[in-house]
Design a protein around this ligand. Structure first.
Ligand code: KG4
Ligand code: ZN
Length: 342
């Protein structure tokens, strides 16, 4: 039997994503971002994002179908992000997916956005080895997951107790007077800085923290430490070595993320670590996690940077696995859940 042809729609935040996959093969992945409309506010404005999805969805679907060289009538299933995300933004994607499913007479699958980030590497490197430990790092979430079956059994074993890793990047960028979103800017700038210039705190790594928060993260104290350091330098009338601050901040984030992920993989006895989410595009995180995984003989699966940030292909990839597992479609009455857990 040929693999199902799946159309995936993503609209949980500021990217309108449309992906088309056949099984594990990526045929098209078009993304229209409204990020330029949010830059002057220093963050995503929900109402602006919803309106942008509304105008971008149909042209993005048309572009994806053209790239994949398919007729929409030929798709076997439609997948859409059901949550978590901005309510108004999610509703635009869901309403469009329902209309398409009803019009084309195809089954509809509501997909968890976070599972999309974890699953997307199967489009780059094939079936995901199970069980595995996944590090999910995005603008809204930072979690360690024990993945026993990508379609049916994912358990969160740790998460941030305050800011998400991407949120910390965005906030530190603002402290340093850099543009939004801060992650890619700090990543680039850090390459010119010294990661050991300033020793910033490593959240939840002290022995007494590890007892209660073995696999949890905290980035809010780090952000405050960066703000204090910069403020003190300004009061002293000194120059701010922005690249050194960026590199030192990044080193703290990546050190904690990779140390806890490698420890979890060893303690759960898995052979593979999966990396996903917008922050997974970070060059230092990718290198350091690879070094630490190699050091303990664990395979690291990391999607190409372009598949790490929000996109529709990751949503279609999850639906492919759900169909493979023989799970029933969602039905046209599914609703959006802004706080949907993994
Ligand atoms: O997964 P994503 O595209 O959207 C959410 O679901 O949140 O992640 C967006 C986050 C932003 O905070 C952005 O600053 C961060 O990912 N990000 C990065 C990089 N590229 C995007 N953080 C660090 N380094 C990067 N290269
Ligand atoms: Zn995301």
């Amino acid at each position: 039997m040929t693999e199902p042809l799946v159309l995936g729609l993503e609209s949980s935040c500021d990217e309108t994503g449309v992906g088309i996959v056949r099984g594990h093969t990526l045929l098209a992945n078009e993304v229209a971002s409204s990020v330029d409309l949010h830059v002057r506010f220093g963050g995503v404005v929900p109402e602006v994002a919803s309106r942008a999805h509304l105008s971008a969805l149909i042209p993005t679907i048309e572009r994806a179908a053209e790239k994949a060289e398919i007729d929409l009538a030929d798709v076997d299933a439609i997948a859409v992000t059901a949550g978590p995300g901005l309510m108004g933004a999610l509703v635009v994607g869901l309403a469009s997916a329902k209309a398409l499913a009803a019009y084309l007479g195809k089954p509809l699958y509501g997909v968890n956005h976070l599972v999309g980030h974890v699953a997307v590497d199967l489009l780059d490197h094939g079936a995901l080895p199970m069980p595995s430990i996944a590090l999910l790092v995005s603008g809204g979430h930072t979690s360690l997951l024990h993945v026993e079956d990508i379609a049916t059994k994912i358990t969160e074993i740790g998460a941030t107790i305050d800011d998400a890793a991407g949120e910390a990047y965005d906030k530190v960028a603002r402290i340093l007077g850099l543009s939004y979103p801060g992650g890619p800017v700090i990543d680039k700038l850090a390459q010119e800085g010294d990661p050991n210039a300033i020793r910033f705190p490593r959240g939840l790594t002290a022995r007494h923290d590890l007892e209660k928060h073995r696999y949890d993260f905290s980035f809010s104290g780090l952000k405050t430490a960066v703000a204090r350091w910069v403020e003190q330098r300004r009061l002293d009338g000194g120059h701010i070595p922005v690249a050194d601050v960026a590199a030192s901040f990044q080193e703290s984030v990546c050190d904690v993320l990779t140390a806890k992920t490698a420890a979890a993989a060893q303690e759960y006895g898995v052979g593979t670590i999966l990396l996903g989410g917008g922050v997974a595009a970070n060059s230092r995180l990718r290198t350091l996690l690879e070094e630490r995984a190699n050091a303990v003989g664990i395979e690291l699966r990391r999607p190409r940077p372009g598949l790490c940030t929000d996109n529709g292909a990751m949503i279609a990839a999850v639906a492919s696995e759900v169909i493979r597992a023989g799970i029933e479609p969602s039905g046209l009455d599914i609703s959006a859940h802004s706080g949907l857990p993994v």
